[in-house]
Design a protein around this ligand. Sequence first.
Ligand code: NDP
Ligand code: MG
Length: 382
Amino acid sequence: MKNIGILGSTGSIGTQTLEVIRELNGERPGSFRVTALACGSSVEKMAAQAREFGVRLLCTGTKEGAERVKELLADMDPVVLWGDEGLKELAGSDMDVLVTAVVGMKGIAPTLEAIKKGTDIALANKETLVAAGEIVMREAKKRGVSILPVDSEHSAVFQCLRGIEPGELERIILTCSGGPFRTFPKEKLDSVTPEMALGHPTWRMGGKITVDSATLMNKGLEVIEASRLYSVGMKDIEVTVHPQSIVHSMIKTRDGAVLAQLGFPSMKLPIQYALTYPERLKCNVPALDFAKGLELTFEKPDLEKFPCLSLAIAAGEEGGTMPACMNAANEKAVKFFLEGAIRFTDIPKMVERAMGSHKTVRNPAAEEIIAVSLETYANAAL
Ligand code: NDP
Ligand code: MG
């Protein structure tokens, strides 16, 4: 039996993780036990999850939320933590795998805490690897902790890499749907509303990643994530726009072979693979039907139309604290955009401005990365 904790259990990845666990336990009763759940403000939803899965260690964003959860689950007598410290404490509790499905830089400290305790990480929260990738990978290696990717592209690469010897990998090719504005005129991007940006053509996800997908920042974050996860230089990672989202990513080996992982666009398989690795079990997603015909197209990303991709790559190449700065500025810009305070095209401007005024610290400690993230988030403006 594997004991699982989930940070962000009420979000898109969190709820799908519980769906996967429900289905796996249906196939093989008792395979997984959920030991800890954390959410921000969706306390009723988390309380219902805790009741269904019998979870007694919980955390919410606020003290009031924690009080409400205690009321809702009084008969279960749960331990309910709250706030950033609570999240860290929960992440450090005893479990086999922690699914990090909170959104944003909030994931950094609890992920590091879990690694310190020797817990394997099923990593959805890409912002953690973007801001603190070198530290995360170093600490994980030191403690023999596995970082199992949940992000579909990184899971695809992970799957392709099975059986590939170190030194045989030459290039990673990340696919990108192109987002909702792939064919939208560049000069009209100024008029994009939050509602338009939240309509992703192939994936259903939380608000922040959906906007990141529309600006192509998501792909930029993923290039950094891939470089840190697989120790591959930024220049050895290529992005190709593949609107059908069937090829989840590819690797090229030394001999020129290209290996890909294909599938119906669903996060359930990457989530399940991270939980059951190295085993492959039945997964409840529609199969590809090649008999019906399948069109797979690939094109170059338009870097002029989507400057966020280049900004993120530049931050990843610079390294040190720059990716943390870029990530925090983007997080703030997306928040402003969703609140209607800035335009869609202001998002890269805010990121560029923050990066322009940041002095990179080399080989930063985790505390410095968190400090840069918080400071940039507090000060980032148009
Ligand atoms: P959502 O916005 O759907 O979910 C975010 C989760 O974080 C919610 O459970 C939310 O709780 C929780 N949360 C917010 N604030 C806090 C807090 N203070 N303490 C604890 N939990 C908190 O996001 P997604 O599930 O879409 O994405 C999660 C992460 O996974 C992101 O980093 C994203 O980039 C990554 N990812 C997502 C993919 C997807 O398909 N969705 C694909 C690949 C990566 P509440 O409901 O209470 O607000
Ligand atoms: Mg992805």
